[in-house]
Ligand binder design. Sequence first.
Ligand SMILES: Nc1ncnc2c1ncn2[C@@H]1O[C@H](COP(=O)(O)OP(=O)(O)OP(=O)(O)O)[C@@H](O)[C@H]1O
Length: 271
Amino acid sequence: MLIIEGLSRRFGERLAVDDVCLEVPRGSFVGVIGRSGAGKSTLLRMVNRLAEPTAGRVLWDGTDVTALRGRELRDWRARCAMVFQQFNLSGRLDVLTNVLVGRLNRVPAHRSLLRLWSDEDRAVALSALERLDIANLASQRAEHLSGGQQQRVAIARALVQEPEIILADEPIASLDPRNTRVVMDALARISRDYGITVLCNLHSLDIARAYCDRLVGLSAGRLVFDGPPDALDEAAARELYGLEAEDAVGPAPAPMPGSPAPQASPFTLHA
Ligand SMILES: Nc1ncnc2c1ncn2[C@@H]1O[C@H](COP(=O)(O)OP(=O)(O)OP(=O)(O)O)[C@@H](O)[C@H]1O
């Protein structure tokens, strides 16, 4: 169980995350939604301590993650894998080596420095690639893959950490609709099959609704919605997205002839 207790983060005058409290049972697939700047990334980054809280605590199975230091903090980060929008792969290395990087915390330092991967490590990495249907790409340079393939490599790298939580920060923001589905399917499958808790920041409410079993909505750093996707009604959407929600909750005005294409609403799939 992940427990977030009164978590806040201040940057100067701005409260990026403001007194957020959450309880997330193991194996949940939680979508964190809200407008740009609502505090979604900062919240996720505090869970694995890439950002330090100004106040509050993060507990995992009773351990105060916010108090961990040194070796214990490194262990926590290994159990709490991150997946980023920009994949963060080494483009010139092959796919298998990129995935093996996720094993670094599990092998002795001298072996990791020399990249002496054991047969077992290679087998684990290949099996993760198989789970993501990209084992055939193992020997290709990462920079030669499509965005969707690269994100699947990044998820495989997270998987070989054998994490208990995956924190995915806008994992589909730079993908087209088909790859968006492939990547979200992969995250959902991993969560379901391995009982891994997934917290996933998403701009697109359509995608969050389709894939997540719970939505957590932030507005100006505050938690303004927490519930199943079908409980997110018009009033909650307005509180989350303000005027932008007009597009989704009312009939869209027909565009004037010759006028520019309308802006995508936060309720539609962002490619
Ligand atoms: N390192 C930082 N220094 C100063 N301000 C920051 C920093 N990181 C985030 N902020 C501010 O905190 C607020 C929340 O940012 P955050 O990136 O968490 O929002 P977000 O919901 O993830 O936005 P987006 O969807 O655009 O990524 C924003 O106002 C942002 O400008």
